[in-house]
Design a protein around this ligand. Structure first.
Ligand code: PLP
Length: 423
C-alpha cells in the first residue's frame, strides 16, 4: 500500500496504541468514513467489522447524529460541568435513567470507559467509608477480565493474562477469581467472598461477555447468581457494560438477560454512536444516598474537565433517538443467527479452536495468530477491516449493517481465514 505524504510526515511523531513501534506494519491510512465503510487515502473502501472498537453502532456519519452535534456546536461546544448544568446533559441523564434497569438513576458523566470504571471503584470504596466501614477497599474481579487502561481499572483486569501483567508491582492488589458456573463453583465463590468480606467493597464483572480479555462468554445464570452472592454477603456489584451496552449482546444491556440490577453500572463506547468520547457511571439510589450528608467530605470527589461535554451529550441523545426509531436490538439478534450460519464453517479449519457468537459479536478462536501482519494485510486487500488480537479473530460490526454488506464481510473473512489457516 502506498504511504501518503501526510502519513510519512506525521508518522515519526505519533505513538500508536498497543503497537510495537519498531516492527509493526504502517497503520492503514483512513481519510473518511461513510455508513459501514472506512475510506482509504487511495480511495479504496473497507467494510468495517469492528465498529471502531464497539462504538459506531449506527454506522459512521449518521445524518441524525451529525445534525445534532452540528446544532450543538454552534450553541455551546463545551462548558464546565462544575457548578453548571446544561440541557443536553440533563436530558441525557434522564433518558439513561429511564433506559437502564431498576433504579440506576444517578448518572455521573465521564470522558472514557476507563475513567467510568475508576469512578465506579471510587464510588464503591467511598460508599463504605461514608457508611462508617473502613478497610473495605478491595474488589473481587475475574480471570480474563478487561476494564480499561488506567491504574484502578488495570488492577481489576486479569492479573496474569491481560496486557497489564508487567505492572503487577505497581497496581493495587485485588482478589481475582474464576467466573463460577457450577453449583460447586458457586459454593466455593461464596466461601471466597465470605473469607475476604471485611476487605471487600464489591465485585466487578463484564456481564455475559468478557471482551478485550479474550471474548469469553458466560451465562446469564452465572451473572444472576453472582448478584445473589453479592446480596448475601452485602457487597456492591459493579457491571462494566462499556462494551456490552447498547444492544451488542442482543438486549439493550447485558444485565437485562440476567434480570438483575447492579448497584453501579459503567457505560461508554456506543453511547455516542462512535462520534465523541464519552462514558458514564450510574448508581442506584442506595449508593447515591450514602453520599448525601451535611458533610462536604462525603461528596464524590471526582470531576473530569470534559465531563458531560455538550457535543458528546448531543451525540448521545441522538444515538438514543436512533435506538428508539431503528430496530437495532432485532438487528443484533439477527446478526447472531447469521454468524451462527456462516462462521461455524471455520470450526473445521486447521488451528481453529472454537467459533462462538453472542448478539452482534462473532468470534473465531485459533491456536495462534501466526503471521498476524500478513493476515491483517490480507483482510485489507480483500476489502474488510478486522483487527485480531491474542488468539482471537472477531467481528463486532455496526448493528445497522445491511444483510448484503454483512454477507460480503463474513464471506471475505472466511475466505481469508481459510487460506491463512492452511499456511
Ligand atoms: N471496560 C470495558 C469492558 C472495555 O471493553 C473497555 C475498552 O475496551 C473499557 C472498560 C475502557 O474503555 P476506554 O477505552 O473508553 O477507556
Amino acid at each position: 500500500m502506498k504511504i501518503p505524504q501526510w502519513q510519512r510526515d506525521g508518522l515519526p511523531y505519533t505513538w500508536m496504541p498497543y503497537m510495537q513501534m519498531q516492527t509493526a506494519p504502517i497503520p492503514v491510512p483512513v481519510v473518511r468514513t461513510n455508513g459501514v465503510r472506512l475510506i482509504l487515502d487511495d480511495g479504496r473502501e473497507l467494510i468495517d467489522g469492528t465498529s471502531s472498537w464497539w462504538t459506531a453502532c449506527h454506522g459512521y456519519n449518521h445524518p441524525h447524529i451529525l445534525e445534532a452535534v452540528n446544532k450543538q456546536l454552534y450553541k455551546m461546544p463545551h462548558v464546565m460541568f462544575g457548578g453548571i448544568q446544561h440541557p443536553p446533559a440533563l436530558l441525557l441523564a434522564q433518558r439513561l435513567a429511564k433506559l437502564l434497569p431498576g433504579d440506576l438513576n444517578h448518572v455521573f458523566f465521564t470522558d472514557s470507559g476507563s475513567v467510568a470504571v475508576e469512578v465506579a471503584l471510587k464510588m464503591a470504596v467511598q460508599y463504605w467509608l461514608n457508611l462508617g466501614e473502613t478497610g473495605r477497599t478491595k474488589f473481587v474481579c475475574f480471570k480474563n477480565a478487561y476494564h480499561g487502561d488506567t491504574t484502578g481499572a488495570m488492577s481489576v483486569c486479569d492479573p496474569l493474562d491481560s496486557m497489564h501483567s508487567h505492572f503487577k508491582g505497581f497496581l493495587l492488589k485485588q482478589f481475582p477469581s474464576s467466573i463460577p458456573h457450577t453449583d460447586a463453583q458457586f459454593v466455593e465463590f461464596q466461601r471466597f467472598l465470605y473469607e475476604h468480606k471485611q476487605e471487600l467493597a464489591g465485585v466487578i464483572i463484564e456481564p455475559l461477555v468478557q471482551g478485550a480479555g479474550g471474548m469469553k462468554f458466560h451465562t446469564a445464570e452465572s451473572v444472576a447468581r453472582i448478584r445473589q452472592a453479592c446480596d448475601a454477603m452485602n457487597l456492591l456489584m459493579i457491571a462494566d457494560e462499556v462494551a456490552t451496552g447498547f444492544g451488542r449482546t442482543g438486549t439493550m444491556f447485558a444485565c437485562e438477560q440476567a434480570e438483575i440490577v447492579p448497584d453501579i453500572i459503567c457505560i461508554g463506547k456506543a453511547l455516542t454512536g462512535g462520534t465523541l468520547g464519552m462514558a458514564a457511571t450510574i448508581a442506584t439510589g442506595k449508593v447515591f444516598d450514602a453520599f448525601l450528608s451535611n458533610d462536604p467530605q462525603r461528596a464524590l470527589m471526582h470531576g473530569p474537565t470534559y465531563m458531560a461535554n455538550p457535543l458528546a451529550c448531543a451525540a448521545a441523545n441522538a444515538t438514543l433517538d436512533l435506538f428508539e426509531t431503528e430496530p437495532r436490538i432485532q438487528q443484533s439478534l439477527a446478526m447472531e443467527m447469521y454468524f451462527k450460519e456462516t462462521l461455524q464453517h471455520c470450526k473445521e479449519l486447521p488451528g481453529v479452536v472454537d467459533v462462538r457468537q453472542k448478539g452482534a459479536i462473532g468470534v473465531i478462536q485459533v491456536e495462534s495468530l501466526h503471521s498476524l501482519a500478513r493476515l491483517n494485510g490480507e483482510f485489507v486487500e480483500s476489502g474488510i477491516w478486522v483487527r485480531p488480537f491474542n488468539d482471537i479473530i472477531y467481528l463486532t460490526p455496526p448493528l445497522c449493517m445491511s444483510q448484503g454488506d454483512l454477507q460480503t464481510l463474513c464471506e471475505k473473512l472466511v475466505n481469508v481465514i481459510t487460506k491463512w489457516s492452511k499456511t
